[in-house]
Design a protein around this ligand. Structure first.
Ligand code: CMP
Length: 140
């Protein structure tokens, strides 16, 4: 598998508890390089657009509210098989089901406040990266 990029968001539960360095340490220990990173306060329209695929789900309102309640850190991660490698170190969406040592097992608070987002495919990663970064922001 070639070198690939994926998109990551460190969520408000991470920034609020001052855990961005702790999560980044796990990302780097998994062999992923942080090739772009920016701390932002996501707007309502950015959050609604980012999670548009979930707009009919019962948790959509809660999700958008949570993602805009405090700063987040948006990132581009690069490495061998980066999409799957990041999902492996993230752990299951529900932290109760996450494997030991994963980001969500160690840090997540709940299904909603689950510490970080990772793209689910290379195609979606490219779309998601484009929502927050210009090509010139990414320095590999
Ligand atoms: P994420 O990987 O960012 O993708 C969609 C997000 O929706 C997910 O992580 C969770 O934060 C949130 N989510 C998924 N399922 C639920 C749920 N049942 N209740 C609340 N939030 C959820």
């Amino acid at each position: 598998m070639a070198v690939q990029r994926t998109f990551s968001i460190l969520k408000p539960d991470v920034t609020r508890r001052n855990l961005t360095g702790a999560v980044n340490a796990k990302i780097e220990a998994a062999g992923l390089r942080i090739v772009a990173q920016r701390r932002i306060h996501m707007t309502l329209s950015q959050a609604q657009a980012f999670y548009a695929v979930h707009k009919d789900r019962p948790f959509f309102g809660e999700l958008v509210e949570m993602m805009t309640a405090a700063p987040v850190v948006v990132q581009v991660l690069e490495g061998e098989n980066a999409v799957q490698a990041y999902r492996d170190v993230l752990g299951a969406t529900n932290p109760a089901n996450a494997a030991p040592g994963t980001i969500r097992k160690d840090f997540a608070l709940s299904m909603g406040e689950n510490s970080a987002h990772g793209s689910d495919s290379a195609e979606n990663a490219a779309v998601e990266i484009g929502q927050f970064f210009a090509a010139s922001d990414i320095v590999g």
